[in-house]
Design a binder for this molecule. Structure first.
Ligand SMILES: Cc1cc2nc3c(=O)[nH]c(=O)nc-3n(C[C@H](O)[C@H](O)[C@H](O)COP(=O)(O)OP(=O)(O)OC[C@H]3O[C@@H](n4cnc5c(N)ncnc54)[C@H](O)[C@@H]3O)c2cc1C
Length: 404
């Protein structure tokens, strides 16, 4: 039985489920087919634009943004079940509803910390789904799970900042529609407070000196529908000081603020992904026969399906509790729970997808079913937005402090 949400959420859920059935799932093979015929695999298939127009027409747009001035004004608890539904088709539904990472986090940053001019130039077209964006923090040369290591330099020179550095795994940056990067670097590399050395600046993709060098792979996938994960080099890139986001030295704090909602959104979508995997498992199990009986009659298959169902129910409750805490005591107050779901969800969903791959046999690792790619994408979430171990360490420290 489904969890009962408030009337507005239930109404939006009904609309979103209908949109998924009528438009998103049927568009999945169409998008694949269109992409194969594009001049560049990084261009966006036409069907994605059609889905965006339809989602907007149906009022299923910018659902993630709690700020009612710019977005749907939903609480995290209201958004959670909607994000879960979009996670069932992670390559299309989040983009179709303008709720895809990394744009969501970037829009949150701009709506909270952007100047009026920055909002006009970048936030408005992002909210309208006319451009895409990327968030550039991680660097190949340093352990980037510790943001104080970042080496990119953003040195003030008159009325400008001059940016030099090399980043990688910058999601979305291969997409030609990606018009702007929020870049994290050091404006005060020798400052006493290591958490005040960093700042964020907006760098237009077409600024002289920006080199989008290559697409990094994820277990061999290029992740075209997410705009890839690029290596990007900034060679003496000059941007006006007015492109600073928030205050100088505030980059670390903004990164922390940005990642809370981003983490829970990923977990919500992962639960949708797990639901899709369970559905695929059940379908395959009844359709296929081995050694004289359907796979569904094998105890081991039943165990996989039962364990997956139990896990998803547990995860969903933990995610909903976290969303409710974020709404009631704030992201800071929900810190432990955000870390708990960030640790628990990708791991568990990777396991569920792994069982589904096993059940599909060779088909499971093939390109003919979505499972292998979903597995790869869920697995990366044990790294992206901070590796498991970093969250475990800080959660454990807080727990020890509480009792010690
Ligand atoms: C698909 C994908 C998309 C991404 N998208 C983006 C993006 O859009 N923008 C962006 O800036 N970055 C992005 N990233 C990068 C991601 O955020 C980093 O990979 C992550 O923060 C870890 O940094 P690192 O790779 O430098 O690993 P490192 O910091 O080198 O860490 C390596 C390993 O060391 C261990 N470790 C580190 N610290 C600790 C600790 N305190 N205790 C115990 N063990 C520890 C962990 O096992 C960790 O996995 C993406 C990554 C992937 C895979």
């Amino acid at each position: 039985m489904d969890f009962a949400f408030d009337a507005r959420t239930e109404e939006l859920r009904g609309r979103l489920l209908a949109f998924m059935d009528e438009h998103v799932y049927p568009a999945e093979p169409v998008a694949e087919e269109q992409r194969a015929r594009l001049a560049s695999p990084w261009d966006t298939p036409a069907v994605v634009g059609e889905l965006k127009a339809e989602a907007r027409r149906r009022g299923l747009w910018n659902l993630f943004l709690p700020d009612a001035e710019y977005g749907a004004g939903l609480t995290n608890l209201q958004y959670a079940p909607l994000a879960e539904i979009t996670g069932r088709s992670p390559h299309l539904a989040p983009t179709a509803t303008n709720c895809a990472a990394p744009d969501t986090g970037n829009m949150e940053v701009l709506s909270q910390f952007g100047t009026e001019e920055q909002k006009k130039r970048w936030l408005e077209p992002l909210l309208a789904g006319e451009i895409r964006s990327a968030f550039a923090m991680t660097e190949p040369e340093v352990a980037s799970s510790d943001a104080t290591n970042i080496e990119t330099r953003m040195i003030r020179d008159g009325g400008d900042y001059v940016v030099n550095g090399r980043k990688w795994y910058i999601s979305g940056a291969m997409n030609p529609d990606c018009a702007v990067f929020i870049v994290m670097g050091k404006t005060d590399p020798d400052g006493d407070d290591i958490r005040r050395q960093q700042s964020m600046v907006l760098v237009p993709r077409d600024a002289p000196g920006v080199e989008v060098r290559r697409a990094m792979r994820v277990y061999g996938y290029e992740d075209h529908s997410h705009g890839g994960h690029a290596e990007v080099v900034f060679h003496d890139v000059r941007v006006p000081a007015a492109n600073l986001v928030g205050e100088e030295g505030g980059g670390f704090a903004i990164a922390q603020a940005r990642l809370g909602p981003g983490r829970i959104h990923h977990c919500m979508r992962l639960i949708g992904m797990a639901e899709r995997a369970i559905e695929l498992m059940c379908r395959r199990a009844v359709e296929r026969t081995a050694f004289g009986k359907p796979l569904a009659a094998q105890g081991v298959v039943q165990n996989w399906i039962a364990d997956a169902r139990v896990t998803v129910e547990q995860l969903r409750l933990l995610v909903l509790k976290t969303a409710w805490l974020m709404d009631t005591v704030g992201n800071k107050g929900a810190h432990t729970e955000i870390q708990a779901i960030k640790i628990a969800t990708p791991r568990a969903v990777v396991d569920i997808l792994d069982s589904a791959v096993q059940l599909y046999g060779a088909g499971g690792v093939s390109q003919d079913f979505p499972l292998a790619e979903l597995w790869a994408s869920a697995r990366t979430l044990r790294l992206a937005d901070g590796p498991d171990e970093v969250h475990q360490r800080s959660l454990a420290r807080r727990e020890i402090k509480r009792h010690g």
